[in-house]
Design a protein around this ligand. Structure first.
Ligand code: MN
Length: 223
């Protein structure tokens, strides 16, 4: 596909997303999953191949449960630099809303040496080594742009809903609402993409929504 469609859909003087340049990552085989609260919540699943990120929008997100098939819509290729993009796309722009780097790592194809050829044929088996997603998966085309993302049975398979149990950014440990708050986005809209109750987090300190910023009154000192 290339990046022509990616370029056509975006105004790069309005969006903070990376420009449409082809490049290869240092590893050459990265994958990223971005949680994206746009018009509807979805997870963008991206695999590096031939200088771009092949991309699928997965409405319910990847599952680690081999009995679950997740619908995945093949969308336009994205630039490799997109893998680091976490922030807010302004409302009114294409994909307007909050983006989180939900998982990141490397992958290896399992049934081919050419990822692009396997995708053209409609089936790619691959193994992921991410922080959340691990082990063997398959992407298989059902019709047109519709694919299914399915976990294979292996030692990494889980029956918990990983989207609920691991909702934080792997880059910054933030929730969608916190990213929106920090980057000037719509916090209420972003919060609808976070679980209602958050699992515990380590190593993250944030000001409570209700708390006022602490102000240091120099006059009080020494008086
Ligand atoms: Mn998206």
């Amino acid at each position: 596909m290339g990046l022509a469609e990616y370029k056509k859909k975006r105004r790069f003087n309005k969006t903070p997303e990376p420009g449409p340049e082809k490049q290869t990552s240092e590893m050459g085989n990265i994958f990223v999953v971005q949680k994206h609260r746009a018009t509807a919540l979805h997870y963008d699943f991206r695999l590096e191949a031939d200088g771009v990120l092949l991309s699928w929008a997965v409405p319910r997100g990847p599952s680690m449960d081999p009995t679950v098939k997740r619908m995945a819509v093949h969308v336009e290729d994205h630039p490799v630099a997109y893998a680091n993009f976490e922030g807010v796309i302004p409302e009114g722009e294409y994909g307007g809303g909050t983006v989180m780097v939900w998982d990141f790592g490397i992958y290896g194809p399992e049934n081919t040496t050419s990822v692009s050829k396997a995708i053209a044929k409609g089936e790619l088996k691959f193994a992921l080594l991410g922080q959340k997603l691990k082990g063997s998966f398959v992407l298989v085309r059902t019709r047109d742009r519709q694919w299914l993302l399915i976990k294979h049975r292996d030692k990494y398979a889980l029956d918990e809903d990983i989207a609920e149990t691991q909702p934080f950014s792997v880059l910054t440990k933030r929730t969608l609402a916190e990213i929106a708050e920090d980057e000037g986005g719509n916090v209420r809209k972003a919060a609808t993409g976070d679980p209602k109750t958050l699992p515990r987090r380590r190593g993250v300190k944030r000001r409570k929504k209700s708390a006022k910023k602490k102000v240091w009154h120099s006059k009080k000192r020494g008086s």
